[in-house]
Design a protein around this ligand. Structure first.
Ligand SMILES: NC(=O)c1ccc[n+]([C@@H]2O[C@H](COP(=O)([O-])OP(=O)(O)OC[C@H]3O[C@@H](n4cnc5c(N)ncnc54)[C@H](O)[C@@H]3O)[C@@H](O)[C@H]2O)c1
Length: 397
């Protein structure tokens, strides 16, 4: 019998998951509220670097994958995966509006016996105290008629070794049955599935994974500022420290963290800590250092040129990390804002991003007073800058 499932949200997390499940033999409905995305993906235009249009098209042709905004397909889905955004709102607080609206739609069509798995990153307690009651309230089902699980996504865009199949996946459930069902489901297309005792453990594990990165990246960025002032090559420092075979893990300097996860998820954790009267000072300090990095590089640019007034500055690479087109929470936005504020005439080059904030990527050329290498994509040929001085946010100079 065809086993039908639905994946809500067809973005960086939901689309690759939907295709992996389709390749494992499930009949997958990808549900997406962004009409433009529905049209593009249906016609084979895939906005995700790690997923080829050939893979998506093959599943569409086989009839195993379909994207739409028709939530009535939930009725016939035995498993529902929720992969909607969980950003921060204007007050830097968790924004569950996408989760709430998707759950409202799901619960309209929810049948008894369905397994609902949340993959979006959330605060501890959200699966049990928000998702489950919203599903039962909206559907009229009792809590023992729906199996609710939480299994956080661990995708690392462009990572060639650790992909959806090879990255171990943690799985938890409100009940043992929900956890076992979720574990069995993922085992069909993920090599290693690890069961956690409770959703709260899995929710917190996801948050500390990304908080660990934020804290360590901010730490090395602060050390890189210190090394720069002392004239010590920070890259060589990291290389030397990395020879220690235990107890050290290298992190590298940058203009700061970006993307939908690393700058956002730790704030979910800090917020949860605050709600029970506990402080999360490491996260707060790391967040502050992270936010100060673009301003630091504006200062470095000013030092190089004495004044930025009317200087032509080219920012090279604007996405949040190399070799992706994702500009969500990119620290480069604050860098450009800071440069403009000091009177510079700014331009940017990024062939992966092309259009951004109403501006277009310009060619690399020698007509600038300074180039700031913000995000070093592999394709970049910096020789095209000729003798333009380069401020490298990733290195020691
Ligand atoms: N991108 C990553 O690398 C990554 C890694 C791990 C975890 N996560 C987490 O996964 C979740 C999703 O992140 P993402 O990067 O895939 O986001 P995304 O913005 O790329 O994709 C989410 C999609 O959901 C759609 N959507 C929003 N509301 C909807 C609704 N009510 N119904 C159907 N579709 C809806 C959006 O239009 C969008 O296309 C977040 O909680 C994020 O923190 C992301």
């Amino acid at each position: 019998m065809k086993q039908k499932i639905a994946v809500i949200g067809q973005g960086y997390v939901g689309l690759p998951l939907a295709i992996a499940a389709a390749e494992a033999g499930f009949y997958v409905n990808g549900l997406e509220t962004n009409e433009d995305r529905v049209t593009k993906i249906s016609s084979g235009v895939i906005p995700i670097e790690d997923l080829s249009s050939a893979r998506v098209n093959k599943q569409i042709e086989l009839g195993r994958y379909k994207i739409s905004n028709d939530f009535s397909v939930i009725k016939e889905s035995s498993v529902i995966l929720i992969c909607v955004p969980t950003p921060l709102n204007a007050n830097n607080q968790p924004d569950l509006s996408f989760l709430n609206s998707s759950v409202t739609e799901i619960s309209r069509y929810l049948s008894p016996g369905t397994l609902v798995i949340l993959e979006s990153t959330v605060e501890p307690g959200t699966t049990r105290n928000i998702l489950l009651p919203a599903l039962t309230y909206g559907s009229g089902l009792n809590s023992d008629q729906v199996d609710v699980a939480f299994s956080p996504e661990r995708i690392d865009p462009t990572n060639k070794v650790w992909n959806l199949k090879t990255t171990p996946k943690i799985v938890s459930g409100i009940t043992e049955l929900a956890r076992k069902r979720a574990s069995k489901f993922y085992s069909k297309f993920i090599n290693t599935v690890i069961e956690c005792d409770s959703p709260e453990i899995a929710e917190t594990a996801k948050l500390i994974e990304n908080s660990f990165r934020l804290v360590n990246i901010s730490f090395i960025n602060e050390i890189s500022i210190f090394c720069n002032r002392l004239g010590i090559d920070v890259e060589k420092v990291i290389e030397a420290a990395s020879t220690k075979p235990y107890g050290f893990m290298p992190f590298y300097p940058s203009i700061g963290v970006g993307g939908h996860c690393i700058p956002v998820d730790p704030i979910y954790l800090a917020n949860a800590a605050k709600s029970v009267g506990v402080s999360a000072r490491f996260i707060e300090l790391a967040d502050q250092i992270n936010q100060e990095m673009p301003g630091y590089f504006v200062g470095r640019a000013e030092e190089k040129l004495t004044s930025l007034q009317n200087k032509k500055i080219l920012v090279v690479g604007v996405s949040y990390k190399p070799n992706v087109a994702d500009v969500r929470e990119t620290p480069v936005e604050a860098l450009i804002f800071g440069l403009k504020n000091k009177g510079a005439e700014t331009f940017w080059h990024d062939d992966l991003v092309k259009d951004w904030n109403g501006e277009k990527s310009v060619a690399l050329s020698n007509k600038y007073d300074l180039a700031i290498l913000a995000t070093p994509h592999d394709y970049l040929d910096l020789t095209k800058l000729g003798d333009v001085p380069i401020l490298n946010t990733r290195g020691s100079n």
